[in-house]
Design a protein around this ligand. Structure first.
Ligand code: PLP
Length: 278
């Protein structure tokens, strides 16, 4: 199995990570996860654009152009003969003696790996609704994920698959997904502000829903309306569009796997099929 280190593909056992990498000290870095179908990274240019935006927001220099990065990702997929799976890549600010202050002279460190994924998908998820304790720049895809990590553990400790977060009663997103409610054939989701990560799958889903004639309302909504929804689903690169059947925690709700969710899952599957043919 090969990994990415800067612009090289190296056998995993030869990859060396420096203990004074700022990624270790401060979580000072950014990442992306892409889904690989039929040996090809799905929505790769969207992920690369978001990666560049995350870098800019953190005053991190891009080690390579997005084009070069895209080539490296595709090389890794081919080297590892990956058919269906994921590629993770991250870029930290680099190696320097531990000091909160960065000097802008550091050289970023890029690493990445790939992993196969099972073909069968999770059919539905249960969500645990809890406080969003994260910082105020959730729009940046940083490797500093403790708020998400703690929420995921809390959800699992309550026999749920994913945490659903609310900030002072306003529903934001999942610990590693975006969330949509459906009421009277209208979709509701938090707007792409500093309080959520603007998921690539979220953006594709909104585009597909509009193309199917549904209204999509990107406005904040309070946790109290969850129980009044007809359907709910989460979106993420790995789990695509996954129906929510139950919410517990600070609110309680039950949902069927409804027609709008099914229709969008079908539309998403068609997008993947289209991508695989080109
Ligand atoms: N929100 C958070 C906090 C995430 O970590 C993720 C993905 O891991 C998402 C949303 C979904 O984003 P995407 O669809 O780009 O994978």
């Amino acid at each position: 199995d090969y990994c990415l280190y800067q612009d090289q593909l190296v056998p995993r056992e030869q990859l060396k990570i420096d203990p004074e990498d700022r990624g270790y000290h401060f979580g000072d870095g950014i990442y992306e996860v892409v889904h690989v179908y039929h040996g090809k990274a799905f929505a790769l240019s969207d992920h690369l654009t978001r990666f560049k935006e995350s870098a800019e927001k953190l005053d991190l220099p891009m080690l390579y152009s997005t084009d070069k990065l895209g080539e490296l990702v595709q090389q890794l997929i081919e080297k590892n003969k990956l058919e269906h799976g994921m590629v993770y890549f991250q870029m930290t600010r680099g190696i320097s003696p531990r000091n909160h202050l960065y000097t802008r002279n550091e050289t970023p460190v890029l690493t990445g790996f790939s992993k196969p994924l099972p073909d069968e998908k999770r059919e539905s998820v249960r969500l645990y609704l809890t406080d969003d304790i994260r910082w105020l720049r959730c729009d940046i895809k940083t490797i500093n994920l403790l708020g998400n990590v703690l929420a995921k553990r809390e959800a699992t400790d309550h026999q749920c698959d994913e945490a659903l977060l609310h900030r002072d009663g306003t529903v934001t997103e999942g610990s590693s997904s975006n969330v949509f409610l459906i009421k009277n054939e209208t979709l509701y989701t938090h707007p792409a502000t500093n309080l959520i990560l603007n998921g690539i799958t979220r953006q594709i889903t909104i585009r597909l829903a509009k193309a199917k004639g549904y209204t999509v309302v990107e406005e904040p909504f309070p946790k109290e309306v969850i129980k009044d929804a007809d359907e709910a689903f989460i979106t993420s690169t790995i789990h695509e569009i996954t129906p929510v059947t139950e919410v517990i925690g600070d609110e309680t709700a039950h949902f069927p796997v409804g027609p709008v969710t099914k229709m969008l899952q079908q539309a998403f599957a068609e997008e993947i099929a289209k991508h695989s043919q080109t």
